[in-house]
Design a protein around this ligand. Structure first.
Ligand SMILES: [Mg+2]
Length: 271
């Protein structure tokens, strides 16, 4: 079985500052179909925003959507989404102290922390906007109240487009990496037979977890440095850096995903 998993924003989707190749998305859609590839999207987007991406950019529907930064898994079959109940049970069992409502209660009242809209939160995701200028003080207060008490991970990031700090509380068992491991396991695939493509930030975990990794050419410098460092420490890792000049493609976004899929033999030329 061939499994191609990919991040969406600035990996499969050409929504960054580099120029995209016209036609690359159509080519991706055709090649995954032609080579009978099981397609997994692994994204911070929730279901609605993932559907927006599918409609806006014309990317195909995936077989599996790992959404909300790994806290939700859905399957898409015969035109319908279905939740993955096994995953929910697995997360609850692996992170027994996780409790989104309890996290919400203990951080209530921290100055500079504003809860995100309900559509950005879920049973396994409690998210906030943070006054970025005061993030050190705020995150310290958060740590004092939360850290180590809820089988949680606390992920802080800065959205340079909105200028907002973003804070996610997640169960430690529900991340992009663990969700993809769960799906690979369920499908009976070896990790090395799963190709994962990414461009930034939290993609570092699935890229260094034993899957066959691909960094698109526009991957950010920090991610490239982190992945190279992991590779130096563990030369067994399978990592490919898309470089472009491949079948007339640039290596950016979708083109880098295609290049990586050829590299690992998921796509190949018939002759
Ligand atoms: Mg991305």
């Amino acid at each position: 079985m061939k499994i191609l998993a990919t991040d969406l924003d600035r990996t499969l989707l050409p929504n960054g500052s580099w120029p995209p190749d016209p036609g690359a998305i159509d080519l991706f859609n055709e090649l995954t179909e032609m080579h009978d590839v099981l397609v997994v999207y692994v994204t911070g987007r929730n279901l609605e925003l993932a559907e927006n991406a599918i409609n806006e950019y014309g990317i195909r529907y995936p077989h599996v959507l790992i959404g909300d930064v790994g806290t939700s898994i859905r399957k898409y079959e015969q035109g319908e989404w279905s939740s993955h109940n096994g995953w929910d049970a697995h997360v609850k069992q692996s992170s027994p102290r996780w409790d989104a409502d309890a996290v919400r209660s203990v951080v209530a009242g921290i100055d500079g922390l504003t809860e995100q809209e309900r559509e950005h939160c879920g049973p396994f995701k409690q998210s906030y906007y943070v006054d970025h200028d005061r993030n050190e003080v705020i995150l310290k207060a958060v740590d004092e109240r939360v850290k180590g008490k809820f089988d949680e991970v606390i992920v802080y990031s800065f959205d340079s487009q909105s200028g907002k700090g973003l804070l996610d509380f997640l169960p430690h068992s529900a991340t992009k990496q663990t969700a993809l491991e769960y799906i690979a396991d369920e499908l009976g695939a070896n990790k090395a037979d799963v190709v994962f493509c990414g461009d930034s930030g939290n993609d570092v975990f699935p890229l260094t977890a034993g899957f066959s990794g691909v960094l698109v050419r526009n991957a950010d410098d920090q991610l490239v440095a982190n992945v190279k460092q992991s590779f130096d420490a563990n030369p067994e890792l399978r990592v490919y850096f898309a470089k472009g000049d491949f079948k007339g493609l640039s290596g950016y976004y979708t083109s880098g995903v295609i290049e990586g899929a050829y590299h690992y033999g998921i796509f190949y030329d018939a002759d």
